[in-house]
Write a protein that binds this ligand. Sequence first.
Ligand SMILES: [Zn+2]
Length: 124
Amino acid sequence: MKTKAEYEKYKKSVEGFFKREGISNLSQIQDKDGYCEPHFSGIPCECCGGMLGGDRYDCNSYNPKTKGIQEYTVCTDCVYYAEYGQLDDMTMEQINQMHIARYEEENSYFPTIWYQQRMSEVEK
Ligand SMILES: [Zn+2]
């Protein structure tokens, strides 16, 4: 699971990758039957640099500068991100919920401070 900060870091890595490679999208390479079968790999994702072993998809992309097709092996997250500009709904919801939970946690100190201020006023 990713936190908001981790997600921001992830986004930066992916955007950095696109910039570095001079490409703007990733397309999954289909086999002769039209399927995009993932394969398990422990090699880091070429797009986000994710070290976690897992499903990898073979993708390619057209580079307008070199006018060539470049191939990459990327993780499930990056395939989704390249397609939709964000991660899947469930992951996004988890990120947002964790963010709200943390926000509430941080702001729950507020009543304590308020209480202490009131108490010090009373003592004057
Ligand atoms: Zn990735």
